[in-house]
Structure formats: C-alpha cells, structure tokens
Ligand binder design. Structure first.
Ligand code: PEP
Ligand code: MG
Length: 761
C-alpha cells in the first residue's frame, strides 16, 4: 500500500482521503477538485501526526499515562488531560516534518502569508467532531514559528478532558484516534456573504445571495442588514436587487482577530455586488449544487476582484439554524435537569451562564446557554450570541419565545426552576422543541442532514388560496422571513425595534430627539418593506406593556402597574399620548411618500370601534390620506370580536386575531404565567366561538380576516381556521413550511369533498 505523505495539497485530496485529512480537509479538497475557487490550503495528515508520536517516542508514554484512568473521576481526568497535552506540546517536532510544513507554507505564497490553522477530525464514525474535541482553530497565523506551534496545539487538542471522556464513553480506542490539521490561506474579504444556490423552501432555481462589506461574519452573525440579490438560473438574470443600509463591517484587527467598525458613510448605501459578480457567484453555487446533488448554503468572499468559495454545505432549513434537529438514542439515558415549554425549536449544547441582572449580560459568551428568570428587550444583544435560552418564567408568547424564534435560537421557557437548578459553567443540552434541558452534551444529528431532507421534500412550490404570511419582530430577521416565500408580513411588531434602542419613546420626546426616533422607526420598517416588495406588510403601532419599558433609559418614568397586561398599552396608550402616536405616524407617512404602498397599519388592543375611529381621525389630522391607505385592527380583546360588525361598518380594511392576548382575556389566563400555562388553551370552545363568528362577519363584508397570534403557527389550528374560512394566516418563520403544507392539504380536501358530494347528488 502506498504510504500517505505528511502533507497533502487540496488539489490532491478526494473525499475518500478522509482518514488522512479528516472531514474538513476532505470537504475542502472535494470543493477544489470540482473547480471552486477555494483559498489555498494544505493538510498535515493524520499519518504525519502518528509519525510525530512514534518518532518523538511519546506514543507509548502518552497512552500508558491514562490507560487506567477512570474518566468519571473529574480531577484525575483533568490531570491526565493536562499531562497528555503538555507531552504533545513539549515534544520536538521531527526536523523533516518541520521542514516539510515550512516548505509548504512558503509554497503557498512568498512573503508572510496569513493562514488559519484548523484541526480536522479523522475518525469517520465520530458523530460530531465537536464532541471529540477536534475543533481547534487558530486564525491569523503568520510566520514559521507561529505555524509550527499552531499545528502542535491542534494535535494537543486531541487530549482535552472533554475529548478523552467522550471517546472513552463512546468506546473509541484512543491509541488509534488520529488528527489532521488544515493550513489555509486566510481571506480578508473586502466584501463577503452567503448564498443559497436554490430557493431554500421551494427549491426553485433562484439563487439568493446576501452580501455586505468586510468579512462574511457580519452577514452570518446578523450584525448587518446585507444587500440581497436574486438570480434566476433559468433566465440567467438578476431578477431582484435590494440595497440595504450597511452600517457596520467586520475587518481584520492587525494580526490578531477581527473587529467591528462603522462603514464610512459613502459606502453604507453603495451596492456591494454588480450584476456580473452576482452571476459569477451564482455560477459557482450551481457547480456546487450540481456536484452534491442538493441545494447548498455557500459562504463566499471577494478580495481585489478575486472570488473565493469558503464553505459549501447542504442548506439548513429556515428556522433550524443554530440547533440540530434530532438527537441520538443517547438522550434516553440522559438526565433531564429541568422541563418547560419548547418555545423555539432546535437542539444546542453549551455552558450555562445564569444572568440575574441585565447588567451582567457582559458575561455571556458566544455559544453559551443563557439562563435567566425572564428575558428583557435589553437582553437581545446577549440573546444573539448564545446557543440556547432557558427561562424560569413565561409562555409560548413571551418576549424570550418570540425573539428566540426569530433569531433561530432554541429556547425553553417557563421552567420555574432553571436559575436555581442549573449552575453557571455546567454543560447542558437544550431541546427547544420538547422543552427539556439535559445534563451534559448529547450527540445529535448534524443539522445539515435533517435540513437536506427537508429541502428535498419541499422542492415544489405550494400555492395556497389562503395567504400564508410571516410575523417579524426584529428587522434583522426580515431576510430569513422573506426567504420562506411568505405572501407578506401579517404582523410587524415595532416595539421590539424601539426596545432595541434601549430608550423609551418618552425619552426621545423629553430629550428633543424626536427626529432620531422617527428615523429609527422608518429605517427599521423599511428593511422589512424592502424584503417584501409588492407584498402586504402590516405594521402594528406600539404595544409594549409598561414593565417592558422599565429597564430602559426613560423607563423610570413608566407607571408601576398592578397588571401591565391589562394596563397602559396598545392603542389606549397611543390615543392618550399624542406625541408618541404622532411620531409613529410621521415614520409611516414618510414611507408612504417614498412609495411603499404595501405598508398597512394595524392597531393593537382595540376594544371599541370608537378607538379605531379616533386613531384614524388623528392620522387624518396629521395629513394621512386615511381613505386610501390600509388601516386595520387586531382582534385580541373579546369585545372587539363581539363587536366586529361595528368595526367593519367603521371601515376597517382588515382584522387579525391576536390570539396570544385573545386567549388570555377570554379565559383569564395570564399568558406569561407558567403556573397556569397548562390551562392556556388556544382551542378552548369559547375562543373558537369568538374566532368563528368574527371570520364569518368579515367574510360577509368582504374584508380580509387573518391571524397573527402564535396559534396560527400550529398546523392543527391552521386546519381549523381554513375550514372556517380564514383569509390569511401569519405564522412564525420556523412554522411557515408546515403551515403552508397544512393549509394546502386542507384546501384540497375541501375542494375534493365538495366535488365528491356534487357527484353523489
Ligand atoms: C397577540 O396578542 O396574539 C399578538 C400577536 O400580539 P402580541 O403577542 O405582541 O401581544
Ligand atoms: Mg397582543
């Protein structure tokens, strides 16, 4: 058998080489072999690592050191891991190997090329490399000594305590586990982003490209609203271009790490990609998709006109982003630490960080599990970083649940005890679908596999007579929401946009910063409107209970209310706060003037038609052409359901059930109270009764009747609503695909049944 060399260049690698170059190395090699412009790279093979162990004489010492180790003895495990790592780090790399690495590095480019050094797991049957500890990455490595050191550090990472423990539990023979190291040119992109090679839900041959300035991290992490380009593979044309205001970019910070900086004004609104660049990227996307036989999620970067494809993997479906879909049987033996409601689907493992006060959110690190009594709007920056969220309080419609779903972060809410039972630093696995938190890290299927299956099954566009729309609360979720192919936005909650500014509307007014408030509102809503050209976007006027404003600047002036849910919120507050209402209308008016006639306005918490009329008249007085814009109401107080005909007579253009509130006000069940959560029943006969009657009345007046409460994201409820004649359903991003399918099936069944009964006559 041919001996495997110490170094393999990407061009020499095929996917069969996985035992020598690991998963990462093999997949990069595969991409290079089909002609994708992958940044230059070589792999220090697993065999090189083995030779290093043998030639330095540490192989035997290394394994006898922990052969009799009881991995359950934490202290002993930590010590054995430290010793093993030190042994690998201290051993002198054989000069021939060192020379080979140096020569390869030199061959990449003359001068001091900056590279990334990454470990690459080689055991094919390791379910997830992260569990084996083979996940080390050293960025910005420059020069021979630093490179040699980084390679050795990657090798040493094989002997982390967690890795040893995991392998022991999985029955791996540690004597034979190997590791490869990928050394790759680091691309300091001037512009970068992501690309879906086909439409992620419908599978249509539409390539969707998002791009912004600087490194792609800014787009991937959602720190910036990127430009969006849609390229139709059939006509080979760019069919849609949306230019966003790109406020920030991530760039290299000297030789070490990266930093987030403001984009200079001149480039903020400049178009990132021209049509030729879009077409070229789409072509690379097509090459990858054809080769792998399945739509790909691709990361790309461009430096001085040179294109790079940095990563290509099967599309993860909208909504499954951070968490994986299923878990292996392991979970059956795993200990459940706390239970709550599964509020945002996905599975993630990480270290617990308990946050008792918003001021402490600085302690939250990327990939942590955020555990807190209840999330607050000012915690959103921390919520963006974490792998999962667990709360003591709240239900499916609380702040944590809504924001987590939009961020695509798994969440379990209403556990009652998480902040007492869990401990900071503890390793746990969160199942956001089932509402469970397990002890330790539990293996789960890679998201890509589950997602790939979802993409295959979702290949054909489903057309429904009932509109299927999407709910949005944070503008950064707009692109993901639009990628679902939804028929519009059935609810844009602007309070999340305001709450994100960390100052109350009252603060802006009191500090003569009205323009800033209007601008923020205008810009945030515009992002969503731009993502849904030609489709209706119903923006709801402010509806934040006073307690949500409390922690913000200006929050000290918020009244203390016994029951904020029944208090000064929604249209009641706006009608009594003329300035606050006026500023919102100014933002809407600007957008209408800019030609966004797809913007509709929805008033929350109306309990009497007089409130609708009063709001409409105030808008008229502020110069709005009220008869020609779309104004509607939410039905979320039983009185508005009961009095729907009077509202229709007042000229509402649409009505939408806010079932989150309608249920709590009909059943007297606080939606955020975990003690009564099991009585919070969206299908309670009284609730269904109100909904049924209101739908029929809207139909009689030919007015669109919709739903935007959480109940609309439940396929069972969607079926019932279609059967009862609802005109549209607005669901969460993660639920769109299943709701669309439920709606389509129900519509077809209704048609079929009608045809059959006609035939029978
Ligand atoms: C509702 O009440 O159903 C609704 C959609 O509004 P919110 O959840 O913001 O109260
Ligand atoms: Mg509501």
């Amino acid at each position: 058998m041919k001996e495997v060399p110490n170094i393999l260049w990407l061009e020499e690698i095929r996917k069969e080489d996985i035992v020598s170059v690991g998963g990462k190395g093999a997949s990069l090699g595969e991409m290079a072999s089909i002609g994708l412009p992958v940044p230059k790279a070589f792999v220090v093979t697993a065999q090189a690592f083995r030779r290093f162990l043998v030639e330095t004489g540490i192989e035997k010492k290394l394994f006898t050191a922990y052969d009799k180790l009881d991995v359950e003895d934490n202290e002993a495990l930590e010590k054995a891991a430290e010793n093993a790592k030190a042994m690998v780090l201290k051993a002198k790399m054989p000069p021939t190997l060192k020379d080979e690495i140096r020569a390869s590095y030199k061959k990449m480019e003359t001068g001091n090329l900056i590279v990334a050094v990454r470990s690459s797991a080689t055991a094919e049957d390791l379910p997830d490399a992260s569990f084996a500890g083979q996940q080390e990455t050293y960025l910005n490595i420059k020069g021979d000594p630093a490179l040699i050191e980084a390679v050795q550090k990657c090798w040493a990472s094989l002997y982390g305590a967690r890795a040893i423990y995991y392998r022991a539990k999985q029955g791996f023979d540690d004597h034979t586990v190997n590791i490869a190291v990928v050394v790759q040119q680091l691309v300091h992109s001037e512009k970068a982003g992501v690309m879906f090679t086909s439409h992620p839900i419908t599978g249509e041959p539409l390539t969707i490209i998002e791009g912004s300035w600087g490194l792609g991290e800014a787009v991937v992490s959602g720190s910036v609203s990127p430009d969006k380009y849609v390229f139709d593979q059939r006509s080979e044309k760019v069919v849609d271009t949306l230019i966003s205001n790109k406020k920030v970019e991530i760039i290299a910070d000297g030789d070490h790490g990266t930093k987030l900086v403001d984009v200079p004004q001149a480039r903020q609104d400049a178009q990132v990609l021209n049509n030729a660049e879009v077409a070229k990227l789409a072509m690379y996307g097509k090459i990858a998709e054809n080769h792998y036989g399945i739509p790909q999620d691709v990361e790309w970067g461009i430096v001085s006109g040179t294109f790079y494809i940095l990563q290509s993997r099967p599309i993860t479906t909208i909504g499954s982003s951070k968490g994986a879909k299923g878990m292996s049987e392991q979970k059956q033996d795993a200990k459940i630490l706390v239970r709550g409601q599964g509020a945002a689907p996905g599975i993630a493992s990480g270290k617990v960080v308990i946050i008792r006060d918003v001021k402490d959110t600085g302690a939250v690190k990327e990939g942590d599990i955020l555990v807190t009594r209840m999330t607050n709007p000012d915690m959103v920056p921390a919520m963006r970083k974490v792998a999962a969220i667990v709360t003591d309080e709240g239900g499916m419609t609380c702040h944590a649940a809504i924001v987590s779903r939009e961020l695509g972060t798994p969440a379990v809410v209403g556990t009652k005890t998480a902040t007492n039972v869990l401990m900071t630093g503890q390793l746990v696995t969160v199942d956001g679908e089932k509402g469970l938190v397990y002890e330790g890290e539990i293996a789960h299927e890679k998201p890509a596999q589950a997602a790939a299956a979802a993409v295959i099954t979702g290949h054909t566009q489903i057309i429904t007579a009932t509109s299927v729309k999407v709910n949005v609360s944070i503008p950064e979720a707009a692109a993901r929401a639009a990628a679902t192919g939804a028929d519009g936005v059935g609810l844009l909650r602007i309070e999340h946009l305001i709450l994100g500014l960390n100052k109350t509307p009252g603060w802006f007014i009191a500090n003569n910063k009205e323009d800033e408030f209007v601008r923020e509102l205008h810009d945030g809503i515009k992002i969503v409107l731009d993502a849904f050209p030609g489709k209706p976007v119903w923006v709801r006027t402010l509806d934040a209970p006073t307690d949500e404003f409390r922690n913000m600047r200006g929050g000290e002036n918020e009244p203390h209310e016994h029951n904020p849910m029944l208090g000064w919120r929604g249209i009641r507050r706006d009608l009594q706060s003329p300035d606050q209402f006026r500023l919102q209308i100014e933002a809407f008016q600007q957008l209408w003037k800019e030609g966004y006639d797809n913007l509709g306005i929805m008033f929350p918490m109306v309990s009497h038609p007089d409130q609708f009329t009063a709001a409409k008249e105030k808008m008229r007085a502020l110069g709005v052409d009220v008869e020609n814009v779309t104004l509607g109401i939410m039905i979320e107080i039983p009185s508005s359901a009961i009095m729907i005909e009077e509202f229709l007579k007042c000229g509402i253009k649409f009505a939408s059930f806010g079932t989150n509130d309608l249920i709590q006000y009909t059943l007297a069940i606080d939606r955020n109270n975990e003690n009564v959560a099991d009585m919070y029943n969206p299908q309670h006969p009284a609730v269904l009764h109100l909904i049924h009657d209101a739908i029929q009345m809207c139909r009689a007046y030919n007015v669109e009747c919709s739903i935007c409460g959480q109940a609309g994201s439940d396929p069972k409820m969607a079926i019932w609503l279609v059967e009862h004649g609802i005109a549209s359903i607005s669901a969460n991003i993660d639920a769109i695909a299943k709701i669309r399918e439920a709606v389509a099936k129900t519509e077809k069944r209704i048609i079929l049944e009608a045809a059959r009964s006609r035939d029978a006559e």
